[in-house]
Design a protein. Structure first.
Length: 366
């Protein structure tokens, strides 16, 4: 077997297992896995409308909660652009959306393996499998931009780890064009570069990386201004969801407290259990990284803190269980995790993924 083919086998196996896992869950509900609509959620409609018709902004009707402005400018364009390319090739919009997500879900695992884990041999298999079943798994495979974002975030971390900071910024710009919190890669890359080593060069490279990421977000604002005539159209729509700085502990308890409050409903506690798992995962992996004090972990640890804490701080009606999918790159911090601990983490991730998958395919998650 050729070397290139062998390099793809582990991530392909992980992808197939994850996909089969979700297919079995879907088959047990009223949403058959063969139908592309089964993999869609409420927000999928916004991405499809951008792919088909571009951006729109208009006053909400009195019957639309919440009041204010409605439209699709609260969502990023890179995922719809990829969908549009497949629509032009003859795919139906929903099949195109599911196909794009599947491709990027596989590419994310392939990059994770070949860029970070393959050199560790068998010790890299468990982190790869944890990534395949990481919290928010169903959103990596569903008709959402999470898989596309994950790929670009991993690519940014990969390039930064090889001291290609401006290249990391370009990949971060693509992430910022894909998901609403992608701009967080700007402070992540900036901080990690400044802390890595002294010298004037680090300041230039840190500024280059951060500026490129923010430029990606600025492109979104400029595109929407051009399309709908409102420069802050993104913030206008996002503002209707009540986001604003708040107490992260209160937000955490609001999301996780249900796990401690009877009566328990089985899979109904899935979102709370996922939030608890993610908190335990972040604390454990950051403690492991601090104990090892390896320079290569600094970047990922900075990423972990930014993408975990920011959603907890902004509050509103943000679905934490969906934003937690952006933390998949933190599996890189488990590269040296003891096998028994990693095995336990994988088992817990599978249990959480099962309950979240059931809720998703029953249309009980947004």
């Amino acid at each position: 077997m050729r070397r290139g083919a062998r390099a793809l086998l582990p991530p392909l196996a992980a992808f197939v297992l994850a996909r089969a896992f979700l297919t079995v869950i879907s088959a047990g509900t009223s949403r058959p896995p063969s139908e592309p609509g089964s993999w869609s959620g409420p927000d999928t409609a916004h991405y499809l409308s951008i792919a088909k018709n571009g951006y729109a902004l208009f006053p909400c009707s009195p019957d639309d909660p919440p009041p204010g402005h409605c439209g699709n400018t609260g969502w990023m364009p890179a995922y719809p652009w990829a969908i549009r390319a497949l629509i032009a090739a003859g795919r139906s919009p929903r099949r195109a959306a599911v196909a794009v997500s599947a491709v990027f879900a596989f590419l994310s695992l392939a990059l994770l393996w070949n860029g970070f884990l393959a050199s560790r041999g068998r010790d890299g298999v468990l982190p790869l499998m944890i990534a395949a079943f990481f919290p928010g798994q169903v959103y990596q495979h569903g008709a959402f931009p999470l898989a596309q974002f994950t790929f670009f975030a991993l690519l940014s971390l990969f390039l930064a780890g090889r001291e290609r900071w401006c290249g990391a910024g370009l990949a971060g710009a693509a992430a910022a064009l894909t998901y609403s919190t992608g701009w967080l890669l700007a402070p992540v890359l900036f901080t990690a570069r400044l802390l890595s080593e002294p010298g004037a060069r680090r300041r230039r490279e840190a500024a280059c990386a951060a500026a490129l990421v923010l430029a990606g977000f600025a492109v979104v604002l400029a595109l929407q201004w051009w399309k709908v005539g409102v420069w802050n159209a993104f913030f206008v729509v996002q503002g209707t969801y009540g986001h604003g700085l708040g107490n992260p502990l209160r937000a955490f308890w609001g999301a996780a407290g249900e796990a401690f409050t009877p009566p328990w409903r089985g899979v109904g506690e899935g979102p709370a259990l996922q939030t608890l798992f993610v908190a335990a995962w972040i604390v454990a992996t950051l403690a492991l990284a601090a104990r090892r004090r390896e320079r290569s972990d600094l970047l990922v640890a900075t990423y972990a803190l930014a993408f975990w804490l920011f959603p907890l701080c902004v509050g509103g009606t943000l679905s934490l269980y969906r934003s937690e999918a952006t933390l998949l790159p933190t599996t890189l911090l488990a590269r040296n995790m003891p096998r028994p601990v990693a095995s336990l983490a994988l088992a817990a991730a599978v249990v959480v993924a099962w309950s979240m998958g059931v809720l998703y395919f029953r249309l009980l998650l947004v």
